[in-house]
Design a protein around this ligand. Structure first.
Ligand code: ATP
Ligand code: MG
Length: 560
C-alpha cells in the first residue's frame, strides 16, 4: 500500500478492516475466505471476489482460506474442485494448507442443530416443501405456523436422528429453525436448516442422507475457521439477520458478514447454471471455450493473470449493483499486452503480390522491431522475397476517397521493407482478384525514401515461400444483447447468443518467426490485435485465438 493512500481512497470494506485493526476488534487479526461452490468453473465475477478476499488478507497481513461450500451433492464434482484450485493459483493467489470443505464440518453442524433442538429453537416439520412455501406469507402478510411447530424436544430429537439414520424418504421431513413466522424479514420465518437427500456426495460418499442448507452452513463454517470478515455478494444482505441469529443462539465465534455488489459484464452471462447450459447444449466447446467468461476461458483466450487483477482493481468495490462494460476488461488486457507482447506480421486473409522488378531467386533479411514499447525486446529479421502475401482488405481496385492503402497506380510502404507500387490486377475466370503485380523501389529499403517522398499507408506482409500457415479464431462477445439476462417472459435467454461470436479463418499466413511459438505464447499481429497460441495447434498448423483487437472496434459498431 502506498503511503499517500488515505482511508478515503480505500473501498468501504477495506475501511472496515482498517477500523477494526485500529480498535483491536479481532485482536489485530484479519482472516477472510473465498467460498466457491464446486458446481462449475470459476468466472470473472469470482475473480473479483478472489482479488478482494485474498487481496485484503495480503494487504493487512492476514490470511485467506479456500473453502469449498459443498452442501449440494447433486450438482457438485471433483472436476470442479480441481479446476477452481488451478484457476486461483493461476490468478496469483495461494491458500497454503488452508484448504477446507464445508462437508468436513457436517458432524459439528449436526451437533449444533441438535443443540438448537435441545434449546427449543429448532423443530422437525413434516409438511411438504410446497406447503412450507405456501405458508411463508408475503412482504405484507405474516406466515402461518406449521402444525408441527410445537412438537416436543424429545420427539424432535428422535425424528432428527431418524432423518440422519435414513429412515425417511426425501422430502418427508425438514428441520426448521423456530424463530418467528411473523418476522418482517422473510428469511426469519422458520427457515429450513436440513433437508433429506439420499444423494452420493463427492467427498462424504453415502455417509449422509441429510444435508444442511447454505444458511445453516455458511456462518457455522466461518465460525469454525474464525473468519473475521465474511465477505459475500449483495443478495445475501437479506440473509444477514439469520446469519447473526444462528451464531448468537449457538454462542460461538461470530464473524462479521459484509456484502458488496457482484460484477456484471455487458454481453455476458455469469450465472454458473447458465454457463453450464451453454456447455451442455454445445453452444460453446466447453468451460474453457475462449468466448466464456470463465477464468479458464479467459486464460485460453490469452488474458494474463495481471490483466484480470488490474481489471478487478479498476472496477472497485461498491454496495450497489451495476453493469460494467466488457470494453473495460478488454482494455486491461490490451494495456498489459501492449507492454509485453512480441510483434509479428501475420496476414489473415491473404492476396498474393508479385514484385516484378525483384530478382527471382533472391531473399533478404530485413530488421524488424520486436516491441516498440520495450527497447530491451530487441529486433529480429524478417525474410523478404519476390512473392508476398498482403491482406486482401488492404487493396481496392476502385478505392473510395478515404481509402489510402494499395490501389492500381498507388505507392505504399511494406513495413520494415520497401515502397511498392501496384501496376496490374490479375483476375481469375470468375472475376476474382488473385494476384497483384507490383514494382518496388530498391532505394526505400527499411521503409524510407531518400528523396523524402511520403506514402499514406504502411502494410504488413509475409514472404510466401517463408510463410507458415495458421488457423486464426476471431471472437465477438458471446451475446449480442447488452444485458442478456434481461429477457421478456416466454423469451429464451439463449436467443440472444451472438451468431457471429466465432469466426474461424483457416488460411492465415505467418512470418517464420512463429515457427517456435508454444501453446499459450502471446503476440501482437501488427494491425490485427493480440493473439495467443491455442492448444488445438498441431505440428502442421498453428492455431491462434485473438485475445482482443487493437482497438475497441465492436463496441463502437454496437453503438452505431
Ligand atoms: P453464480 O451465481 O455465478 O452461480 P455463486 O454466487 O453461486 O455464483 P459461488 O461458487 O457460491 O457462486 O461463489 C463463490 C464466491 O464468489 C461467493 O462469495 C460469491 O459471492 C462470489 N461471487 C460469485 N459471483 C460473483 C460475481 N459475479 N461478482 C463478485 N463475486 C461473485
Ligand atoms: Mg452460491
Amino acid at each position: 500500500m502506498s503511503t499517500e493512500e488515505t482511508s478515503q481512497s480505500r473501498d468501504f470494506i477495506r475501511q472496515i478492516v482498517e477500523q477494526d485493526l485500529e480498535t483491536g476488534k479481532w485482536d489485530g487479526r484479519v482472516q477472510t475466505r473465498f467460498p466457491p461452490e464446486p458446481n462449475g468453473y470459476l468466472h470473472i465475477g469470482h475473480a473479483k471476489a478472489i482479488c478482494l478476499n485474498f487481496g485484503i488478507a495480503r494487504e493487512y497481513n492476514g490470511l485467506c482460506n479456500l473453502r469449498f461450500d459443498d452442501t449440494n451433492p447433486e450438482k457438485e464434482d471433483v472436476e470442479y474442485v480441481d479446476s477452481i484450485k488451478e484457476d486461483i493459483r493461476w490468478l496469483g493467489f495461494d491458500w497454503d494448507d488452508r484448504e477446507y470443505f464445508a462437508s468436513d464440518y457436517f458432524e459439528q453442524i449436526y451437533e449444533w442443530a441438535t443443540q438448537l433442538i435441545n434449546d427449543g429453537k429448532a423443530y422437525v416439520d413434516s409438511q411438504s416443501i410446497e406447503q412450507i412455501r405456501e405458508t411463508r406469507g408475503t412482504l405484507v402478510e405474516p406466515g402461518i405456523d406449521s402444525p408441527y411447530r410445537d412438537r416436543s424436544i424429545v420427539e424432535n430429537l428422535d425424528l432428527f436422528q431418524k432423518m440422519r439414520a435414513g429412515k425417511f424418504q426425501d422430502g418427508e421431513h425438514v428441520l426448521r429453525a423456530k424463530i418467528d413466522m411473523g418476522s418482517k424479514h422473510l428469511i426469519m420465518r422458520d427457515p429450513i436448516m436440513y433437508r433429506i437427500r439420499h444423494q452420493h456426495h463427492h467427498r462424504t460418499g453415502d455417509r449422509w442422507c441429510i444435508y444442511p442448507t447454505y444458511d445453516f452452513t455458511h456462518g457455522q463454517s466461518d465460525s469454525i475457521e474464525k473468519i473475521t470478515h465474511s465477505i459475500c455478494t449483495l443478495e445475501f444482505e437479506n440473509h444477514r439477520p439469520l446469519y447473526d441469529w444462528f451464531l448468537e443462539q449457538l454462542g460461538v465465534f461470530h464473524s462479521q458478514q459484509i456484502e458488496f455488489a457482484r460484477l456484471n459484464l455487458t454481453c455476458t452471462v455469469m450465472s454458473k447454471r447458465r454457463l453450464l447450459e451453454l456447455v451442455n447444449d454445445g453452444h460453446v466447446s466447453g468451460w474453457d471455450d475462449p468466448r466464456m467468461p470463465t477464468i479458464s476461458g479467459l486464460r485460453r483466450r490469452g488474458y494474463t493473470p495481471a490483466s484480470i487483477r488490474n481489471f478487478c482493481e479498476k472496477i472497485g468495490i461498491t454496495k450497489f449493483n451495476s453493469m460494467t462494460d466488457l470494453g473495460v476488461l478488454e482494455n486491461s488486457i490490451r494495456e498489459d499486452l501492449n507492454k509485453m507482447a512480441q510483434r509479428v506480421m501475420t496476414v489473415l486473409n491473404p492476396i498474393k503480390v508479385v514484385i516484378d522488378n525483384y530478382p527471382e531467386n533472391q531473399d533478404e533479411q530485413l530488421d524488424a522491431v520486436n516491441n516498440p514499447e520495450d527497447e530491451s525486446a530487441g529486433t529480429r529479421t524478417v525474410p523478404f522475397s519476390r512473392e508476398l502475401y498482403i491482406e486482401r482488405d488492404d487493396f481496392m481496385e476502385d478505392p473510395p476517397k478515404k481509402f489510402f492503402r494499395l490501389a492500381p497506380g498507388r505507392e505504399v510502404r511494406l513495413r520494415y521493407a520497401y515502397f511498392i507500387t501496384c501496376n496490374e490486377v490479375i483476375k481469375n475466370d470468375d472475376g476474382e482478384i488473385v494476384e497483384l503485380r507490383c514494382t518496388y523501389d530498391p532505394e526505400t529499403r527499411g521503409g524510407n525514401a531518400p528523396d523524402g517522398r511520403k506514402v499514406k499507408a504502411t502494410l504488413h506482409w509475409v514472404s510466401t515461400k517463408h510463410a507458415l500457415p495458421a488457423e486464426v479464431r476471431l471472437y465477438e462477445p458471446l451475446f449480442s444483447k447488452e444485458n442478456p439476462n434481461d429477457v421478456e417472459e416466454g423469451e429464451d435467454w439463449k436467443e440472444n447468443i451472438n451468431p457471429n461470436s466465432l469466426n474461424v479463418i483457416s488460411g492465415a499466413q505467418c512470418e517464420p518467426f512463429l515457427a517456435d511459438a508454444k501453446v499459450g505464447d502471446r503476440f501482437q499481429f501488427e494491425r490485427q490485435g493480440y493473439f495467443c497460441v491455442d492448444d488445438d495447434s498441431t505440428d502442421d498448423q498453428l492455431v491462434f485465438n485473438r485475445t482482443v483487437a487493437l482497438r475497441d472496434s465492436w463496441a463502437k459498431a454496437k453503438k452505431g
